[in-house]
Each structure stands twice: as C-alpha cells, then as structure tokens.
Design a protein around this ligand. Sequence first.
Ligand SMILES: Cc1ncc(COP(=O)(O)O)c(C=O)c1O
Length: 459
Amino acid sequence: MSFRTIIEPFRIHSVQSLRMPSREEREAALVAAGFNLFGLNADQVIIDLLTDSGTGAMSSRQWAGMLDADESYAGSRSFFRFRDVIAELTGFKEVIPTHQGRAAERILFGQMVKPGDVVLNNTHFDTTRANIEYNRAEARDLVIAEGRVPSSTHPFKGDMDIAALEASIQKEGAARIPLVMMTVTNNSGGGQPVSMTNLKAVSETCRRYKIPFFLDACRFAENAYFIKMREPGYAERTPRSIAQEMFALSDGCTMSAKKDGLANIGGFLAMNDPVLARRCRNILILTEGFPTYGGLAGYDLEAIARGLEEVLDEDYLRYRIRSTAYLADKIAAAGVPIVQPPGGHAVYIDAAAMLPHIPPARYPAQALAVELYRTGGVRGVEIGTVMFGRKQAEGPDLPAAMELVRLAIPRRTYTQSHIDYVAEVVIDVATRREAIPGYEIVEQQPYLRHFTARFMPLL
Ligand SMILES: Cc1ncc(COP(=O)(O)O)c(C=O)c1O
C-alpha cells in the first residue's frame, strides 16, 4: 500500500469503558498503596501500561474457539490442537502446557539446575532469575555492552556477548552450566531484539560444549519481525519461517502465552529431549495438572492455539511494532530520554537520564512511575534498582544496570488517541522533572520485592 499511515488491522467488536479517577482519588490511592503501583486497584488507573502480559484483546476467532473447546480431563481435543500448533511452529517434539511462563521456568529449572550452577542468558527476566536463585544457582546476564547503553541505536541490543559466553563457560566449566537461555525479545534489557546471527553463534557455542540451549520465547513473533526488518537476508521471509528458524537453533523453550500467544493466561514448556520431558511431566502432574491440560482449561488451550497463529500475521506485526515506535518517537521528539531504538512491546523511559538529581538508591524510575500515575492516571512499571538492585545488610542498595520506566503496550487494546494522551502526560511530567522527589523503601520481601514493597517519598 502506498499510504503512510499504518492502521490497526482490526475493527472493534466489543468495548469496555474506562473509569476516569480524579487527581484527589489518585493521590489517595498512591498513599493507600504505599506508592507501589502494583498495589493500585485497576479501576483507579486510566491507561494501564503496567504490562503487556495477559492484558491484550482476543479476537472473535479466539472467543469462538473457546466456545467450541473440549474440557475433558485427559486427552482433550483442544490439547491436541494446542500441541500440534506448537509442534509445527517450534519443531519441538515434547509440548507441556503450564498455567503461565514462570510455571514452565520452575519445572524446567527444578529438573536441570543444582545449587552452585550458573545459568547464562542475555538478560534474565525477573521470574526467570528468581526461579534460578531459588534453586541456589547463579543467573548471569551476558548481554552485549550496547544493550546496557540506553542511547545506543544498535539494531539488536538483545544480542549476547559471545566472547563473554565463551569466557564464562571456560571459567565455570560446562559441567556447572546446566543450560544457556536467550530471552527473545530481551524484556528486562528494553524489549530489544536478538539477531539470527547471534542466535546461531550462541547455538553453535552451546553445541560445541554440549550445553542445552533454551529460548525464553515470550515475544518470539515480535523478535522475528525485527529480524525481518533489520537483518540482511530476511526482508522477503515470512515471520513464521523466521520464527521456525529461531526455534530450530535451540533445544527447547519456555513460553508465556500471555504475550505472543495473544491469550490472557497460559504458557508452555517445549523441548526435544524425551527423558527430560518425562521428568518435567511428573512434576507437572504434582503441581499444575495432568499433561494434557497443565493447569489450563480446554478453552485456554484453544485460545492459545489460535493466538499463536494470529500473532504471525504480517499486518498485525507491522501495526504492533509501529504503534510502539509511535509513542517512542513522540516523547523522544519532546526531549524525553528513552531506550533507543524502541523495543517491540514497550517504550522504556531512561529515568537515570531524566532525573539525574535522584541517585539509584533513591529509586529514580520508581519516582517517575509514581509521577506519571499522579499526573495522568497512567500506570507504568519500574525496571531499575527496586526490581533488580540488591539490598545490602548495611548501606544503600547495589544499583541495577539501568533505571527504566517501562510503558508496556497491551496487544490490540488501546487506540492511537489513548497513546497520544499517554505522550501528553509523559511530556507534562518531563517539564517538572526537577521537582520530583526520590523514595525510600519502608517494607520489603526477600524475593521479587518490587511486587509488594512499600515506599515513602523523601520530601
Ligand atoms: C521475558 C519473560 N520471561 C518470562 C516471563 C514470565 O511469564 P509469566 O508472567 O507468564 O509467568 C515474562 C513475563 O512477563 C517475560 O516477559
């Protein structure tokens, strides 16, 4: 098509109204939630960009499939559709449904990871890291240097540093590395894609040392589209064939279907090794459910099977990647520092650059996220020292590599005017940046503290 405007490749079939809480209501909600945006009631939020996970709109095709689902406990027809769609897409022989991505992680690491082991990844997502550390192993991030520099415009900032991978294997010994993972796209590193060239290099290194290689495949379709757009030799390929090539380089994957499964719940673990799969299924039965439903209803399996087909539609992916870049371009043009180039599912504001008067141990990204909510009812999430810093016995927290506020865009949910409103709120907050205070944590838990910590502003 010769027109510049990339339109939503769908029309709206049913709608949900938004509540518009007043400024006073938002102030009171912040105090009650201990300035933790996870503690807000969703009705207190106007535009919810907390996560793109499970928050998307399903298609009429998915809803229709749900009505026709098979709820049999064992051997449900919906499971076989789910299994066949995943096997065809990924090439993996063993497909294990789970209630979401972290259940796949818990089961996989429970079987593969021992105390003292080291798992290597471009950047571990928080639940991935926590599930490895829970097994008393180390989760080591080896993303390329450019991936840690918000202003770098490297096209594949999710790539792994291959020299660092080789050095870690040499130093620790292959026997202590039960698996290597690659997160596509790299959520915690800014939603940045991984190139096929890099996936090939990681795969080749793992094969050489006989270390299993798994993908954290939550956003495999968005990653495939970035490869199509940015990597020489892929422009004419379909997103499906690119995704298939990515999966073929690995031995298995964990997947949260709440992202590129276009579903509101669900996930899976898939692999080629039948012995490992049998062990994983035994644990699945203990904690998730029988292997043909794994904690999901038949209608969830059906929604995921259809979602995995729809997500590879090229019109959808073009719109998806462009609509995220639209928000990024708008706020960047107004001088707001963001991670460049914008990722697939979210825009990441560089709070360290925007609020240089707030040190990492006073949580600049938390401060900015609170201010976006207070000003316009927009809920984003801190990805910085609250989420990834380390509490020390004494003194300030060890800081995270970056201080980001993630504005994650739910799939097929908000229109362009919603996004225009978000841009206006961000730009308004930026004009008052010097007056934003830092925060201290007054209550926290040892694991995944960002979900429940309570804060106080340092006025
Ligand atoms: C990269 C990545 N891995 C794993 C997960 C965990 O998936 P779930 O939330 O379904 O447990 C997420 C969820 O946000 C993610 O973004």
